[in-house]
Design a protein around this ligand. Structure first.
Ligand SMILES: [Zn+2]
Ligand SMILES: [Zn+2]
Length: 313
């Protein structure tokens, strides 16, 4: 079984507050370490939690607001200072390459290694944007003030076997059969066909969905359906729902509604407004709608387990 370990390193929105830094996570997946967003002080947290920079080979950025990217230039130049030679993959919305290159140029910085950029622009659907033999990463659009993407990290468990009657039931083409066998949903004009409805059961693969920043957006439910863990921003409590909508953020109740509709196993809260010194009230609010909620905090570590076999129709 491959390694699947999440370290949540920063859970505050906008600015550091109450000992919380801004959005940063490290996901150890197979032999890779993937950084998800890169807020200020990311490097300090990596040191605190003994996460090896040399194993970081993918960085996924949700969007270009400062609380998600102001730690990135420092991290990139530190790699160089430590003599990094191996290539790095940076994935993010269109503009991420220009941001990195501009900062490096204006600070007269040179890197000892090569960066491969994957810039995202799609406004619909969930696309596989990175993968290895043992896992893949998908990106899908969120609904925020600027172009923003959520990510799903999913281990691969080999191909599913197709249920013979599903071919006729959904009139699947040869290409569509290939897609559902590899665990991908099919997009039709009338909506999505879930691959789980077309294939036979096998142990459930571990998966993690990251949704920050976004307003309440039911469109994402299809993309994160049945995910094991969902990190969804809970910037405000429900009494500030109007403010949340204005700033295109979510309340704890709204995040819980998404978790419930997507039938995930567990919701993790985070991206807290600095007005909350104690954030348990946000998790408690979410629990009224969706019971299995973990209160996210800087330093939270989750080792993903295969909890139960996949239940298929
Ligand atoms: Zn943010
Ligand atoms: Zn933002």
């Amino acid at each position: 079984m491959i390694k699947f370990k999440l370290s949540i390193l920063g859970t505050n929105a906008a600015t550091p507050a109450h000992g919380r830094i801004t959005s940063t996570q490290a996901l150890e997946l197979d032999n890779d370490i993937i950084i998800i967003d890169c807020g200020e002080a990311c490097q300090i947290r990596l040191q605190e939690y003994k996460i090896k920079p040399s194993k970081i080979n993918v960085i996924c950025i949700s969007h270009l607001h400062g609380d998600h990217i102001f730690g990135l230039p420092g991290l990139l130049t530190s790699f160089s200072n430590n003599g990094r030679m191996s290539d790095l993959n940076i994935i993010g919305p269109t503009g991420i390459q220009e941001y990195v290159e501009d900062v490096l140029r204006h600070s007269n910085s040179y890197l000892s290694y090569k960066i491969h950029f994957t810039e995202l622009i799609h406004s619909d659907g969930s696309e596989v944007i990175y993968g290895s033999k043992n896992y893949h990463i998908k990106a899908f659009p969120l609904n925020h003030r600027v172009l923003a993407y959520g990510y799903i990290f999913e281990e691969k468990l080999g191909h599913f076997n197709i249920k013979a009657d599903s071919i006729q039931k959904y009139n699947l083409s040869v290409e569509e059969i290939r897609l559902v066998k590899s665990g991908q949903n099919i997009k039709r004009d009338s909506g999505y066909i879930q691959y789980r409805d077309c294939v036979k059961a096998k142990p459930k693969q571990r998966s993690y969905a990251y949704c920050s920043d976004t307003q309440y957006e039911p469109k994402i439910i299809e993309f994160i359906k049945y995910c094991q863990y969902l990190y969804h921003e809970t910037t405000y409590d429900q009494s500030l729902a109007v403010l949340a909508r204005e700033r295109k953020h979510s309340t704890a109740t709204e995040a819980a509604k998404i978790a419930k509709a997507a039938q995930v196993e567990c919701l993790i809260t985070g991206h807290y407004s600095g007005r909350y010194r104690h954030v348990e009230i946000l998790a408690d609010e979410a629990r009224k709608t969706f019971p299995n909620v973990k209160t996210g905090y800087d330093g939270m570590i989750i080792n993903f387990e295969r909890i139960k076999p996949l239940e298929l129709n």
